[in-house]
Design a protein around this ligand. Structure first.
Ligand SMILES: Cc1ncc(COP(=O)(O)O)c(C=O)c1O
Length: 343
C-alpha cells in the first residue's frame, strides 16, 4: 500500500456516543460519530479529504485552492477555511446565478475571504443538452479564472467537486481505522455504518477502509440525489481506481456496496417535509442538529430501514454525522423551518 503525506486541517478523533432515546424508540443500538465537530468553520466531513489535498497542493508549491459546488457547498466553505488557516487564497466556482442576498455558506465563504464566481447556468436548466452546456460553462469559467490568477503569479491547485478525487478519499479510508479503534475500545461490535452519499468520496473511503481492516459490517450510503445504475457503476469504478492508485489490493463489486436511492425526496437540496420531520425528531430526542440536504436525509433513510426490517432490530449501528448544519440557514430551507416552527 502506498502512503501519502497529509496535514491536520481539522480536529479528528471526533467523539462517538450513543443516541439513547432514539435507540430505545427504534429497538437498536444507534451510535453517532460527530464529524460535524471537526473544529473549523462549523466543521464537517470535507476536512478529512482536505488533509491530503492540502498536503499535495503545498508539495506542488501552490498558493491558491480552486474548487466547485452549489452556492450552499459545504466543501467550498471548508476549502475556504483551510485556505484561511494555511495562508492560501481560495476560489470557489459555484453553480447557478449569484443570488441577490447571500445566506449561510456564502456569508461564511466571504467572511473567510474566498473569491466567488458563478456559472450563471440557471437559464439553461431543463434543456435537453444541459449537461453538455454545464460542462462547457464550467470549463470556460475555470480557464478564465486560472488565466486571471496565473497572470498575477499565483499557482492554483484544482480540487474536484466535493473533494472526491482518489487522493481526497484517503481521508475516510483513515477514518475507518479511527472508527475501528474507537468502537473496539467501547466494546461495540458494529453491524452497520450509515452515511450520506453525495460525490461518493466519503463512502468510498469508508468502504475501502473497512475491507482493508477485514471487517464485515455493512456500509450503507443514503443517496442525497437521484443516482442511476450507470452513475453507481461509475462510483464503483472510482472506488476501484482509488484501490489501484494506492495499491490497496481491494476489489469492490456491486455486491459490496449498499446505496439507498429511496430517500432523495424532491431532489438534491430541495426542501421536503419528511426530512424536516426527521430533523425535528432527532433534535427533540437527542439535541443533535442535522442538516436538510445530507444528514437529515441519511438519518431518515436509516430510520426507515430499521422500521421496515431491512436493518434488523437489536443491530449495532453507527451513523456518521458529516456536518452541513449551516444549510438550515440557507434561504430555501430557512423559510420552511420558519413557517413550521414560528407561528
Ligand atoms: C454535510 C455533507 N455530508 C455528506 C456529504 C457527502 O459526502 P461525499 O460527497 O463525499 O459523498 C457532503 C458532501 O458535500 C456534505 O457536505
Amino acid at each position: 500500500m502506498k502512503t501519502f503525506e497529509k496535514l491536520n486541517t481539522g480536529m479528528i478523533n471526533t467523539p462517538i456516543h450513543k443516541l439513547d432515546n432514539i435507540s430505545r424508540d427504534l429497538e437498536c443500538n444507534i451510535y453517532i460519530k460527530r464529524d460535524d465537530l471537526t473544529g473549523y468553520a462549523f466543521g464537517g466531513n470535507k476536512l478529512r479529504k482536505l488533509d491530503y489535498l492540502l498536503a499535495d497542493a503545498l508539495n506542488k508549491n501552490c498558493d491558491t485552492l480552486l474548487t466547485y459546488g452549489g452556492p450552499q457547498t459545504n466543501h467550498g466553505r471548508l476549502t475556504a477555511a483551510v485556505a484561511a488557516r494555511f495562508g492560501l487564497k481560495c476560489i470557489i466556482i459555484m453553480d447557478g446565478d449569484k443570488p441577490a442576498k447571500p445566506t449561510a455558506n456564502l456569508i461564511l465563504d466571504k467572511m473567510m475571504n474566498a473569491d466567488l464566481y458563478f456559472l450563471n447556468d440557471t437559464q439553461y436548466r431543463g434543456q435537453e443538452d444541459f449537461e453538455q452546456i454545464y460542462h462547457n460553462l464550467k470549463e470556460e469559467k475555470t480557464n478564465e479564472v486560472l488565466k486571471e490568477y496565473e497572470a498575477l503569479g499565483h499557482v492554483v491547485y484544482v480540487i474536484p467537486v466535493g473533494g472526491s478525487s482518489t487522493l481526497g478519499a484517503l481521508g475516510y479510508f483513515d477514518a475507518s481505522a479511527e472508527i475501528n479503534q474507537q468502537v473496539k475500545s467501547m466494546g461495540i461490535n458494529l453491524d452497520y455504518l450509515v452515511v450520506a452519499f453525495g460525490s461518493a468520496g466519503t463512502y468510498a473511503g469508508l468502504l475501502l477502509g473497512k475491507k482493508q481492516l477485514g471487517l464485515d459490517y455493512g456500509v450503507i450510503g443514503i443517496s442525497v440525489s437521484h443516482k442511476s445504475d450507470e452513475m453507481i457503476q461509475k462510483d464503483i469504478r472510482y472506488m476501484n481506481d482509488i484501490s489501484q492508485e494506492f495499491d490497496l489490493g481491494i476489489r469492490i463489486s456491486s455486491d459490496d456496496v449498499w446505496i439507498e436511492n429511496g430517500f432523495v425526496q424532491n431532489g438534491y437540496n430541495i426542501p421536503d417535509k419528511e426530512t424536516r420531520q426527521c430533523i425535528y425528531y432527532v433534535a427533540r430526542q437527542e439535541a443533535i442538529i442535522l442538516d436538510p440536504c445530507y444528514t437529515g436525509k441519511a438519518f431518515n433513510g436509516m430510520m426507515n430501514l430499521i422500521q421496515t426490517g431491512a436493518i434488523l432490530k437489536g443491530s449495532n449501528i453507527l451513523f456518521l454525522h458529516t456536518g452541513g448544519t449551516p444549510g438550515i440557514f440557507s434561504e430555501n430551507h430557512l423559510s420552511e423551518f420558519q413557517a413550521e416552527l414560528w407561528d
